[in-house]
Design a protein around this ligand. Sequence first.
Ligand SMILES: Nc1ncnc2c1ncn2[C@@H]1O[C@H](COP(=O)(O)OP(=O)(O)OP(=O)(O)O)[C@@H](O)[C@H]1O
Length: 455
Amino acid sequence: MFPVEMERLELSKTDIDRMLSEVEKENLLFARKDLLDTLTFPSSIVGRKEKAMELVRLIAGYKKGHVVPFISVYGRSGAGKSTVVRFVCENLDDALCCFVNLRRAKTVFGCANLILGEMGEPSLKSAQGINVAVEKIQGAIESLSKGKRLFVLVLDEFDVLFYDKRGKPSDFIYKLLVMEEKLREKGVLSCIIVISNNVMADYEVDDRVRSRMGSTEVFFPAYTKKDVLEILRERAAKAFSAPVDPAVLEYCAEKSSEEHGDARRAIDLLRVAAEIASFKEEKLANVHVDAATDQLQKDRVNLALSSASYHLKLACAALARITYLTGEAWHSTSVIYAQYCKIIRKDTRPLTYRRVSELLTELDNTGLVVSQTSSRGRHGYGTQYKLNISPEIVGSACFPDWWKNVVQKKKEHERKEDEKNNIFMPAGKSHFGGLGRLLDTLEDESWKDFVGLDA
Ligand SMILES: Nc1ncnc2c1ncn2[C@@H]1O[C@H](COP(=O)(O)OP(=O)(O)OP(=O)(O)O)[C@@H](O)[C@H]1O
């Protein structure tokens, strides 16, 4: 016989109601959570008036029959480029703006199809060729801009175009510029605004295209702590059901600006911190911001490494290991390469120095590491890399079991050194911080061997 009170196995509406009221309790801190969603367009834009003015100055000529054909807007992630460009373009009198995010495109032809899609046109087959695609874009602009004095085509995440090495991105830009000239002959004024993280000079563009493009650029610097604080204050005032301690907002702004000056990540940090506090039924405090920083860093690393090859993870793990063991932040390509060769599986052939150096550039593009190039005197220039995220998070995301071993070895080594030297170390001070520097002078052979610099 079954017991009388058995837990029901099937999911019921009552279960969902119960779950909903539980989650609602977890969200008590929020009044309007959508205001902390960085995927939706902000209801108000804080500051950036001087950048809006720069753009307006470049475009305003359309009222008198002239406009700059190509504007490059660039700067770091989360600097407000897309937000400000969209706001300016959508508020121009007598103008029509088509905003296309190219992120989803994998090829130059894919970019053309995304543009067509945004203009309400059907996609083309790549066999039809890029010339037909550009002709269709021209036709769509002609019919959309009827009765308007200006058509603005905004291409966000323009960097994507250059990932397609076979698709001739430079040629595509050339064709768009020629299309603008043809449109002008037909009395349609147009302007292309491209948004990317890097300055156009960094991309491979033919000289003939460069000269047609001109060099009209608007640079968006990363936000300062003051800017980030203003953005957070404005959001927090409406997003939470009770006022948030100003010190917590300040802490959030400080953490975000010292790391990146990225408004998107600052808002995400505030939202996740509030979710953690809400879940624990506590008042939002700095500890929740710290916990949120950890969680977001883990998410970022996992996302960046989710599709990474074994060798990319290895290059990343090599940098994490050397950073963790030496306590030094910056490491040269040659040191990282030596580490990479040391930790690679014995049955796998290491990639060449050049290829690993390319992998480090890839890591730089993901934002997990930053690089700096400096002169090494008569040895030319050398690049150094630094992790943007704590080595513990990176190491355990790359190879969890291996990383546990690295941590354990470091602890054992520290304990043995303590016993050997019987010295007092102030709390929180790592042996490796100071001794790591010794590695450079190669005075301490045992440390050198432990870190594996001579592998
Ligand atoms: N000045 C601002 N005022 C209010 N919110 C802002 C401001 N700048 C940025 N944001 C917020 O930050 C988020 C990221 O901004 P945006 O997409 O404009 O940055 P971006 O520079 O284009 O970044 P990416 O290069 O990563 O695309 C937006 O969702 C917006 O909500």
